[in-house]
Design a protein around this ligand. Structure first.
Ligand code: ADP
Ligand code: MG
Ligand code: MG
Length: 251
């Protein structure tokens, strides 16, 4: 599904190397988690995969189902099935949440050569999916994320994900700033979307999200590289002992 080979990335302005050779391969239907200390490059990896400006790829490759995604425009990546949920969801004043979702869904359908959803079909689908995520119908009418609580913003991102039906979902610290109940709701939303043809990359600081979203594989990232890969037990090791032991071991 997602194949990253020796990916090297610098900050465009400063020429500072952030990713120093990332190798990662996420298989169809699998959930991989990336953990790692602050500043290790986890968010940079998700930004570069989404096509955010400000980063220069100086080496390596990233492909989705065999297609080079680094050459694509951000919207082409989305049409190819990539979805990113960010640590800090953006607020879009003046654009209703429902309008935003419908525009995103139809833009993606168009890019895939599919017919647009009718207003009625869209409404039916968005209402059903919002209900699953315990999102108030009122929230669908408000401007995107404006005045939403942290938990509401994250649930709204999961709703976007549910509507866009991506095949590769990347969640960057979706759990940060959430109370336990909100985190469980987000995890349930993600779990409901797990399927054979859909993979997840879950970036998280803490083990607790992984109690609810059970990963198949756990990676530890440090200083711009993946330094250790294991099963769910690796997340528990981090929870119990922090990163120091693992970093000393791989140093
Ligand atoms: P993580 O998500 O693992 O905490 P980041 O990817 O956010 O790490 O950051 C990796 C490193 O790159 C950090 O040292 C951070 O300060 C630096 N960095 C990332 N983006 C920028 C930027 N736009 N300007 C300056 N430094 C940045
Ligand atoms: Mg961070
Ligand atoms: Mg980060």
């Amino acid at each position: 599904m997602l194949e990253i080979k020796d990916l090297k990335v610098e900050l465009e302005e400063e020429g500072k190397a952030i990713l120093k050779g990332v190798n990662l391969s996420v298989e169809d239907g699998k959930v991989h988690a990336i953990m790692g200390p602050n500043g290790s490059g986890k968010s940079t990896l998700s930004y570069v995969l989404s096509g955010k400006d400000g980063y220069e790829v100086t080496g390596g490759s990233a492909s989705l189902d065999g297609e080079d995604i680094l050459e694509m425009e951000p919207e082409e990546r989305a049409a190819a099935g990539l979805f990113l949920a960010f640590q800090y969801p953006v607020e879009i004043p003046g654009v209703g949440n429902m309008t935003f979702l419908r525009t995103a869904v139809n833009a993606q359908r168009k890019a895939r050569g599919e017919e647009e959803l009718s207003a009625a079909d869209f409404l039916k689908e968005v209402r059903a999916k919002a209900k699953d995520l315990k999102i108030d119908a009122e929230m669908l009418k408000r401007p995107v994320n404006v005045g939403f609580s942290g938990g509401e913003k994250k649930r709204n991102e999961i709703l976007q994900m549910a509507m866009l039906e991506p095949k590769m979902c990347i969640l960057d610290e979706t759990d940060s700033g959430l109370d336990v109940d909100a985190m469980k709701l987000v995890a349930e939303g993600v779990n409901a979307l797990r399927s054979e043809g859909r993979s997840f990359l879950v970036i998280t600081h803490y083990q607790r999200l992984l109690d609810h979203i059970k990963p198949d594989v756990v990676h530890i990232m440090a200083d711009g590289r993946i330094v250790k890969t294991g099963g769910p037990e690796l997340a528990l090791e981090v929870e119990n002992n922090g990163y120091a032991d693992i970093l000393a071991e791989v140093a």
